[in-house]
Design a protein around this ligand. Structure first.
Ligand code: ATP
Length: 294
């Protein structure tokens, strides 16, 4: 759906994006992660033809960008850097200005399409207040509604939950997951690890303009071949498990083993009370910190 080859952007002496090879596949919820200033927005802007690359190639929906922008952009829903809206118009009127002709773009069903889309992002279709009275979170929802209006195959979203409260973040997450289940591929940038961990199937991590990691989330967070055991008899357990114990601290042991039930049976048979046991997994924070360690 999106692929780039050695994509690079310089602003004078600053290399904002440094030879990135993105690979976003059909059906992905792809999380493009990076700290502030790491080059996410610049990358997203290049994908959409909003800024020219210094060098490298971009393909979106199988077509070269920005050369094929006129054909590609109508197929994409995009939300970049705070939604733009006419402040003196209502949300409905704003969407009518961007509605143009989609695949299903006749005027007769425009009102219903706009109402449905507002409803989908949690905005009240009958709210006629001008958008200038909206909170940042409401504007963000409106921007998302504009991106969804044409029922795109691909959504490109720069920090889509920016400015939303926890409830709003959850609603948008659920909406995006529903859209994805219905076949929409989603590429979103974020600096929020938890958001990406809960939503994405594939991630790319950018650090100082370079893509330092790109993989399936399930692969990155796969079991580590270690079991975590919590017991108040940790000394006794360590004695029993011997050289398999890799670490012991505060009643928690890390044991080299693949099957927690086998270790559990062994401990219980010896009369050691186990309060918690399970495979040790890395979380996304560990993965990202390791990838960006300098
Ligand atoms: P944030 O999360 O803060 O938006 P980001 O990961 O999106 O950060 P970018 O906005 O892409 O990062 O910025 C990457 C680098 O390029 C930064 O050092 C930034 O200062 C620089 N940069 C971005 N746009 C310009 C510009 N128009 N002119 C000069 N430098 C720029």
């Amino acid at each position: 759906m999106i692929s780039t080859h050695q994509l690079t952007k310089r602003f004078g002496p600053v290399i904002a994006v440094d030879g990135i090879d993105l690979d976003v596949r059909d059906g992905d919820v792809y999380g493009f992660l990076g700290a502030n200033g790491s080059g996410k927005t610049t990358t997203v802007r290049m994908l959409l033809g909003l800024v020219f690359a210094t060098s490298g190639e971009i393909e979106v929906l199988g077509q070269s960008m920005p050369a094929s922008a006129a054909a590609v952009l109508p197929e994409i829903g995009a939300l970049v850097e705070g939604p733009a809206a006419y402040p003196y118009l209502s949300a409905h009127a704003n969407l009518a200005t961007v509605d143009a002709a989609g695949p299903d773009g006749s005027r007769s069903n425009r009102r219903r399409r706009i109402d449905d889309t507002l409803d989908q992002v949690g905005l009240d279709p009958s709210d006629h207040r001008p958008v200038r009275t909206y909170s940042l979170g409401m504007r963000q929802r409106l921007g998302l509604a504009a991106a969804l209006l044409r029922r795109p195959r691909l959504l490109v979203l720069d920090e889509p939950t920016n400015g939303l409260d926890p409830q709003g973040i959850r609603e948008i997450r659920e909406l995006l997951l529903t859209l994805n289940a219905d076949g929409t591929t989603i590429f979103l940038s974020s600096h929020l690890l938890a958001e990406v961990e809960q939503m994405c199937t594939r991630i790319g991590v950018v650090d100082q303009g370079r893509l330092v990691l790109q993989d399936e989330l399930a692969t990155l967070l796969a079991p580590t071949g270690r079991i975590e055991v919590h017991t108040r008899q940790s000394e006794w357990a360590a004695e029993l498990l011997g050289s398999r114990v890799e670490d012991r601290r505060d009643g928690r042991l890390v044991v080299v083993a693949d099957d927690a039930s086998v270790v559990n049976a062994e401990l219980v048979a010896a009369g050691i009370p186990v309060s918690r046991i399970g495979p040790l997994r890395r979380d996304l924070e560990d993965v990202v910190l390791e990838a960006t360690a300098r």
